[in-house]
Ligand binder design. Structure first.
Ligand code: AMP
Length: 431
């Protein structure tokens, strides 16, 4: 008999495991910067935990759980998502008595019985981060910043979609409105939406059936039903997200409001978001991360009232796109007769690392014969020569020679400017 891995599972082979590690290590490094601590949890839990938390109206609970009876006839479920287990552990281990907020992260396998295709598996892995015990919008804002850092470091193209579902009062009034709006169309809706109509009408907005989407397109959106409090919070978050600047002081442009975004789990309130990749490779599965606020979940699972916020990102989907990028390895010969060159090369290491550029530098101090040094750099197959000799020093500039195109570029003598030029020129060589 020839054995094959079960449908929807896959092997990560040694040739790919470096990318896997890059994703985990990058996430870990950035999450630890934001004071998240790692928690490691069981892979199966009591079935009830997911029924209670993920919600009876969700696709996950309805159709996708791997549930089984163990030898003592207990109903157990392979975890289909990470938040429920973290909240269970938070309550069970008395973590709610620790100083708040409690910031936890984990990563590991999840299981959903889904239609297997590129980017959609039955066993997949997520990096999961949760902030428990804080209703501050710092949770929302920092999460978006942390994720931007992760995806920038992994060098992928993405945008972030944000929305607000509102607090209980907002959702109640939206639910009433939306049920009234859809009532007349009930016979035309898909079976799932008929069920959602009763259980959780908001989830209908997430329906993937085209005919249903057309019906809902004419409806008002949850954003138009926000209570005074929810609306104030939403505006504050948007304004804080607008102030995020990258290392070159440019605002991040890739945050957009998607008024239809509701997410597939029932426990969210107010701010929700999804990160989508623009890569073609993912076909329809463009969501690489999703999350939001869930202020009532801890209490509904038997803990004290605890506002909370969290997100999860899919490692397999990232594997598909991070795989496309190779780490840039740029070799530079730094020609200078100035003492500052050593300081500049130290800074290049730091700034290069921040930008995920792998640099090899050779400082040629006090070069006697410049043209000979250029020859040597060419023989060593260097990509660039950076000149900082007397003539550059007087003008406060660096001169950068692209050895592949032979072009020369001048920039003011700040190391971040060298990095910008190298990145731009390197992309030219590659394409
Ligand atoms: P969710 O827990 O559904 O909010 O999903 C969070 C992230 O996990 C998604 O944005 C995907 O990147 C990833 N993900 C969810 N389901 C799957 C799956 N079946 N296969 C691979 N990745 C998944």
């Amino acid at each position: 008999m020839k054995y094959q891995s079960p449908r929807g599972t896959q092997d990560i082979l040694p040739k790919d495991s470096k990318i896997w590690q890059r994703i985990i290590n990058t996430s870990k490094e950035i999450l630890e910067f934001y004071s998240f601590q790692e928690i490691i949890l069981p892979i199966f839990e009591h079935t009830e935990l997911f029924q209670r938390s993920v919600g009876e109206s969700s696709d996950i609970v309805n159709k996708e759980m791997y549930t089984f009876l163990d030898r003592s006839e207990r109903s157990l479920t392979l975890r289909p998502e990470g938040t429920a287990g973290i909240v269970r552990a938070y309550i069970e281990n008395g973590l709610h008595r620790e100083p708040k907020p409690v910031k936890l992260w984990t990563y590991g396998p999840l299981f959903r019985y889904e239609r297997a295709q590129v980017g959609r598996y039955r066993q997949f892995h997520q990096v999961d981060a949760e902030v428990l015990g804080s209703n501050s919008i710092a949770c929302e804002v920092e999460s978006v910043f942390a994720l931007s850092k992760i995806f920038n470091t992994l060098e992928i193209d993405y945008h972030i979609e944000i929305n607000s579902l509102g607090d209980e009062e907002s959702r109640k009034s939206y639910k009433e409105y939306f049920q009234k709006y859809t009532k007349g169309f009930l016979n035309d809706l898909c079976e799932d939406c008929k069920r959602r109509y009763e259980q959780n009408p908001l989830r209908m907005l997430d329906c993937k059936v085209k005919a249903d989407q057309e019906i809902f397109a004419g409806a008002k959106k949850p954003l138009e039903f926000l209570s005074g409090e929810s609306s104030k919070t939403w505006e504050e978050i948007k304004s804080l997200l607008g102030i995020y600047k990258d290392k070159n002081n440019r605002p991040i442009q890739n945050i957009v409001t998607n008024p239809n975004l509701v997410r597939g789990l029932d426990y969210y309130n107010d701010f929700v978001f999804e990160v989508k990749s623009t890569s073609e490779v993912l076909k329809g599965q463009s969501a690489i991360c999703g999350g939001g606020r869930y202020d009532n979940l801890v209490e509904s699972l038997g803990g004290p009232k605890t506002p909370a916020f969290g997100w999860a990102m899919g490692i397999e989907r990232l594997m598909l796109i991070v795989k496309e990028g190779i780490q840039k390895n740029i070799s530079i010969s730094f020609l200078s007769n100035q003492e500052e060159v050593f300081n500049y090369s130290n800074q290049l290491f730091e700034v290069g690392k921040e930008n995920n550029l792998k640099l090899n530098i050779e400082v040629v101090y006090n070069p006697q014969n410049i043209s000979k040094q250029i020859d040597t750099a060419l023989k060593k197959n260097a990509d660039f020569i950076v000149f900082y000799l007397d003539s550059e020093k007087v003008k406060n500039i660096f001169k950068i020679k692209n050895l592949k195109t032979r072009e020369e570029i001048e920039c003011t003598n700040q190391v971040s400017n060298i990095i910008d030029v190298l990145e731009r020129e390197y992309n030219k060589i590659k394409n």
